[in-house]
Design a protein around this ligand. Structure first.
Ligand code: SIN
Length: 539
């Protein structure tokens, strides 16, 4: 059974498809479309992006084709899809719009390459991964520029993502050498029992637009380290960073077919990955709705599945918190990547004794945030990814204010136009409002008042999600109590940015399955094999 993605909101697809970018930019740009004619020999690069693009071109990092079996390839029918700069609405490039056929070839290449890659020594894999890491770091600036161009995040934040993303490759290079098995004391004297860890096989990695590099390296690093090969499907909104990273993997000497990239027609690509018995694992970061479809679609061939899905992160500020630290932490937890991460604080729960003071301090800090094109100086908040993202923010805010919430700062589109949105603080929010129950995925901080620690824990856990959570308190006892009571995979205490390659990232409840990063993330790409060695004597 191949699950059709046609009716599904891949987070990436949802935000692109109904995009008002089409309407808003119709006077500037042709609408997003797939070209049915043969692709131009020189692909189109917009005037505004030209100087950065030509720099990237010189470094060989501006790729617009997919990667199958070590060869850069156009889509077989010549279709392309445009990639836009969300800060200007301009087209950056046309990239190959691939589908089922290309995906099947990519799977075949990955399957072929798996035979030899899975037999390499850990030391060999480690060396190649280390080279890839070195190249990612050597090209940090170009990668960050590409990310800012296609995703919109401020350049400094994009540089941070390169460090973060490359970190997964470095960590995997090190961890490749530590994939240990076990020897089990046998219950009979004539047997010896062993546990071996072996790669799962070909991996389909489906990644979102909000972290165009890190969500790929977080999957591909451990997969390659364990001896798996991969077919990556990056978001159609941000394929350029993924393609540049793949080019650097080739330059590092990672063999042809071990890393493949196909992008374009998400439903077809997804269906091909699910249908193939050769794909033994699906790893996905994106919306909960699509995660469920992938899980269901994986059942037919009983694939292993890792899912990093939506969150609804509570950020709990207790009366005893240090207010400066709480504001600093909340700013980071809420407004990172313009509020577009799965671990962004979605509900700021503030104890009643500190509510007014905290709200005022937060508003003062948020007011100073500079919004603009990610290449601009001192900019800390870029545009949202597209018009659908802005619409979602507007809808949730409108629902909240209609039920009594009060906009304390911002609350509308930014005067810069396009998909820029004002950093917003909204007070008097309660748990019945949609803004408390759905991921805002935008720069809006909803403040909810609570009375007691028990109330805070109850409100925080009253959701199907369970990914990131934050607690601000000066009490050590409370830190432990609350951290243990929260039904979340990640808890930041007096800290707003907790993601790192060395710690396990993943959710409870409907926020997903499995963990990424750290030694725990390696197990997701390994099968456990038990070997019983007998020593039977002939009678
Ligand atoms: C995500 O938004 O999916 C990932 C966020 C992170 O790695 O910090």
């Amino acid at each position: 059974m191949a699950v059709s993605f046609a009716a599904v909101n891949l987070r990436t697809m949802a935000l692109r498809s109904s995009s008002k970018l089409l309407r808003r930019s119709s006077h500037l740009l042709p609408p997003i479309h797939m070209q049915h004619s043969a692709p131009p020999l020189t692909r189109k690069i917009s005037m505004d992006a030209r100087s950065i693009a030509s720099q990237l071109n010189r470094s060989g990092l501006l790729k617009t084709q997919g990667l199958i079996g070590g060869k850069w390839s156009d889509s077989y029918d010549g279709k392309t899809i445009q990639v836009y700069n969300p800060a200007t609405g301009e087209s950056i490039a046309d990239v190959a719009c691939m589908g089922g056929k290309e995906t099947n070839d990519a799977i075949a290449s990955a399957y072929d390459a798996y035979r030899s890659w899975s037999k390499t020594t850990a030391a060999e894999r480690s060396k190649l991964l280390r080279k890839w890491y070195d190249l990612l770091m050597a090209h940090k600036e170009e990668l960050a520029q590409l990310m800012t161009l296609e995703q919109g995040k401020p350049l400094k934040e994009a540089m941070g993502e390169v460090n973060y993303g490359a970190g997964f490759i470095e960590f995997s290079a090190e961890e490749a050498k530590r994939i240990y098995g076990d020897i089990i004391p046998a219950p009979m004297s004539d047997r010896r029992l062993f546990v071996l860890k072996q790669p799962v096989g070909v991996v389909g990695a489906i990644t979102p637009w909000n972290f165009p590099l890190a969500m790929i390296t977080r999957k591909v690093g451990p997969a390659l380290a364990c001896g798996c090969t991969v077919v990556i499907k990056p978001s159609e909104l941000t394929p350029l960073t993924a393609l540049a990273a793949a080019e650097l993997a080739i330059q590092a000497g990672i063999p042809a077919g071990a890393v493949n990239v196909v992008m374009g027609n998400a439903p077809e690509i997804g269906d091909a990955l699910l249908a193939s018995p050769q794909v033994r694992k699906i790893t996905f970061t994106g919306s909960t709705a699509v995660g469920k479809k992938l899980m269901a679609g994986s059942a037919e061939t009983v694939k292993k599945v890792s899912l990093e899905l939506g969150g609804n992160a509570p950020c709990i500020i207790f009366d005893d918190a240090d207010i400066d630290i709480a504001v600093k932490g909340t700013l980071a937890a809420k407004y990172r990547n313009s509020g577009q991460t799965c671990v962004c604080a979605n509900r700021i729960l503030v104890q009643e004794g500190i509510y007014d003071k905290f709200a005022k301090a937060l508003i003062d800090a948020v007011r100073n945030m500079k919004v603009g094109d990610g290449f601009g100086e001192d900019v800390v908040q870029g545009p949202l990814i597209n018009e659908a993202a802005v619409k979602k923010v507007e809808t949730l805010l409108q629902d909240a204010t209609s039920k009594g919430a009060k906009v304390m700062l911002g609350g509308k589109r930014h005067s810069l136009g396009f998909t820029f949105y004002e950093p917003t603080v909204v007070g008097d929010v309660n748990s019945d409002m949609r803004i408390s129950r759905e991921e805002v995925f935008g720069p809006v901080a909803p403040l909810l008042r609570f009375k007691t620690e028990e109330d805070a824990i109850r409100i925080a856990n009253d959701t199907n999600a369970g990914l990131g959570s934050y607690v601000f308190t000066n009490s050590i006892q409370r830190s432990w109590r609350v951290a243990e009571a929260l039904e979340y995979g990640l808890v930041g205490i007096n800290e707003g940015v907790i993601s790192t390659e060395v710690a396990p990232f993943g959710g409870f409840k409907q926020s997903g399955l499995g963990r990424e990063g750290s030694k725990y993330g390696m197990d997701e790409y390994l099968e456990i094999k038990y070997v019983c060695l007998g020593n039977m004597k002939k009678e």
